[in-house]
Design a protein around this ligand. Structure first.
Ligand code: HEM
Length: 140
């Protein structure tokens, strides 16, 4: 198994960890334990995802980025889309977590960024789908 296959599988597992934290927000009263559990699960998924991005997308793939510009137009769009969306999901995800951690955890400072969370998960999913297309069709 190549590193790219492994990375895709790990990313899918991480995304499911993220999804696992979602039902906990439904009908949860403010300050409930379930909202804290949602925070821990999503932060755990984001930490793993960030570590994987740093190792696989930045350290291991660094040599390949110069070649991106010579790709055919469709591959270029999917590649750049994956990079831009992936980067945005990580940055926005950490903004949410930063709001949580910069206040006592029980006060759920992350509530202020509630409107960001749905976009983060959608952007994260789109970047994952684009990454899978790149990997499966061997665009890169
Ligand atoms: C990558 C990080 C995260 C993602 C992708 C995420 C995703 C989501 C999603 C999709 C919702 C439902 C939003 C809606 O119905 O409009 C939600 C709700 C919520 N999340 Fe997160 N979340 C993340 C991190 C956090 C963190 C760190 C906390 C802090 C504890 C947190 C606290 C909440 C709260 C308080 C709600 C609202 C519950 C309500 O409707 O009253 N989330 N999250």
């Amino acid at each position: 198994m190549e590193i790219g296959d492994l990375s895709l599988i790990i990313q899918i597992v991480i995304f499911f960890t993220l999804i696992l934290g979602l039902p906990l927000t439904r009908e949860a009263p403010k300050n409930s334990k379930n909202l804290l559990r949602h925070g821990y699960l999503t932060t755990f998924a984001l930490t793993l995802h960030t570590a994987l991005v740093v190792v696989v997308m930045i350290i291991l793939a660094l040599d390949g980025y110069a070649d991106i510009l010579s790709l055919p137009a469709l591959s270029l769009v999917v590649d750049l889309g994956h990079i831009i969306l992936g980067f945005s999901a990580v940055v926005l995800g950490w903004i949410v977590v930063a709001y949580w951690f910069s206040n006592p955890l029980k006060t759920l400072g992350c509530y202020k960024t509630k409107k960001l969370m749905l976009p983060v998960i959608v952007i994260w999913a789109l970047s994952l789908i684009m990454g899978a297309i790149i990997h499966l069709l061997d665009f890169f």
